[in-house]
Design a protein around this ligand. Structure first.
Ligand code: GLU
Length: 484
């Protein structure tokens, strides 16, 4: 994408609070900012908003970095820790005080709570009433000397309109008189989010901010702070929140929301990248399957859409299956190995050898929707089934003739000199003729005997990969089972 309205390179940031894992919503915010940077040759910076020291932990910081790294969202430079910038935040508040753009407020919590309650009872929206907005210098001085606690409030203009052209939606206009004289420094001297974020974004020379629409009410306040501090506000874009299939905001109730949990479940990072990019953005080419670099190449802010972004688990699996099919065999082998290890099959997987694993994975690759399925479903390539699925039993093991049919197949296969796909098929079709049944009557129970399931990749190809000994052993196990 070229960048006609911008002479300086785009600088964006992802600014997570490390009070939780990198969840799907945060990952999508990071991704959109990343795309804006990478598609324009700009910078994608990372700022950890760790000012809530009680709730921020180093483990969560690491989990966020791990989540971004897994998704392939590499950031430029070192991460910035917001807590380290506190002196700059306080200095900015003092500067605003000196310039008369902010003021000390001594109203106690009790007084403010009572006023808020009254407003609620009267059905009015509560806003600070400006009691301390025009205190004179002596009074302020003497109250401070008396040790009265105070906060610093921003002196919001009482007139005019704060306006911005949102990158995602249309123009947003907010009448300044609707905006509170919001607090910028708490009574303990700590800066609030609105101030910290603006001071840091100015210092980092951020040009664009893409974030969730839950931040839209912060934006006018932040623009006013920019202007009061002599800065040029960045361009803002607010993307619709991600909803679950039930139309409610995506949360833990909907299952996994941390991106790394998707990795554990066998989603490929490029599939997650692809899927998240389409939650609120499209290239308008009716395509749904892209590699990350294609998305970067096609990315245009005009592709943002303002309609609800629904997290559709089936679609994620569909996209993942397509990405799995694109993997070259070397990467597939490496990528599935940890899932075998996690499921205590690492040694068996390694012992099976390169050649066998290649053949087995190539057959499974066409069918699997997640990397975990290579193990949870496809493990029959490596270990004999220990049970048959209920559906398989009901559909294909309930006919009393099955026992005899499987014995006939086993004996035919035993005589099969070249154990390859087409001779194997020949044996099964000849046996069907001899028994005077359709081939399908044999094929399905054989599949169940060999895999434990009623579906699998192409049976004859699979049998060739499993080898004669394994096939005969499993048929024999099924015969024993059916005799019971
Ligand atoms: N730390 C804030 C959050 O996680 C950042 C919001 C912003 O982008 O300004 O929501």
């Amino acid at each position: 994408m070229n960048n006609p309205d911008q002479l300086t390179p785009i600088r964006v940031r992802f600014a997570p609070s490390p009070t939780g894992y990198l969840h799907v919503g945060g990952a999508r915010t990071a991704l959109f900012n990343y795309l804006l940077a990478r598609s324009t040759g700009g910078k994608f910076l990372l700022r950890i908003e760790d000012t809530d020291l009680e709730r921020s932990t180093p483990e969560m910081v690491q989990a966020i970095l791990d989540g971004l790294t897994w998704l392939g969202l590499s950031w430029d430079g070192e991460p910035i820790f917001q807590s380290e910038n506190r002196p700059a935040h306080v200095a900015a508040a003092n500067h605003l005080l000196e310039e008369g753009k902010a003021y000390r407020c001594f109203c106690s919590k009790e007084i403010l709570d009572a006023k808020r309650e009254k407003a609620e009872q009267e059905g009015r929206a509560y806003r600070y009433d400006g009691t301390c907005r025009n205190l004179n210098a002596e009074e302020i001085e003497s109250r401070i000397l008396k040790g009265e606690a105070s906060v610093v409030r921003f002196k919001t203009p009482t007139e005019g309109v704060t306006r911005f052209k949102d990158i995602v939606r249309k123009q947003v206009d907010v009448t300044n008189s609707e905006i509170d004289d919001f607090v910028i420094l708490r009574s303990d001297g700590s800066p609030v989010y609105q101030l910290a974020v603006v001071v840091d974004d100015m210092a980092m020379e951020i040009t664009h901010i893409i974030r969730g629409e839950d931040h839209i009410s912060n934006t006018p306040k932040q623009i006013l702070l920019y202007l009061a501090l002599g800065g040029k506000p960045p361009k803002f874009g607010h993307v619709p929140l991600i909803l679950g299939a039930d139309g409610k905001r995506l949360s833990k109730r909907h299952g996994a929301t941390s991106v790394l949990a998707f990795s554990e479940r066998g989603i490929l990072p490029e599939a997650m990248f692809n899927f998240l990019a389409l939650l609120g953005w499209s290239a308008k080419d009716n395509q749904e399957f892209y590699q990350p670099e294609e998305i970067i190449a096609r990315f245009q802010p005009s592709g943002f859409n303002n309609t609800g972004a629904v997290f559709d688990e089936d679609k994620l699996q569909w996209v993942n299956a397509r990405h799995i099919r694109q993997l070259d065999i070397q990467r597939l082998k490496q990528t599935v190995r940890p899932y075998f290890i996690q499921n205590d099959l690492g040694d068996i997987y390694d012992a099976a050898g390169e050649d066998f694993n290649t053949k087995a994975l190539l057959l499974l690759q066409e069918k699997m929707r997640t990397l975990l399925e290579f193990v949870s479903f496809g493990k029959y390539f490596w270990v004999d089934p220990v049970a048959y699925s209920d559906e398989a039993l009901e559909r294909y093991f309930s006919d009393p003739a099955t026992l005899h049919n499987l014995e006939a197949i086993a004996s035919g296969l035993n005589d099969c000199a070249v154990f390859e796909s087409s001779p194997i098929e020949g044996v099964i079709r000849e046996t069907a003729e001899t028994l005077n049944v359709k081939a399908a009557v044999l094929i399905h129970p054989v599949r169940v005997a060999l895999t434990g399931f009623h579906v699998s990749p192409s049976l004859f190809d699979m049998m060739a990969v499993l080898g004669k000994e394994t096939c005969l052993r499993r048929l024999q196990n099924a015969v024993v089972y059916l005799k019971k």
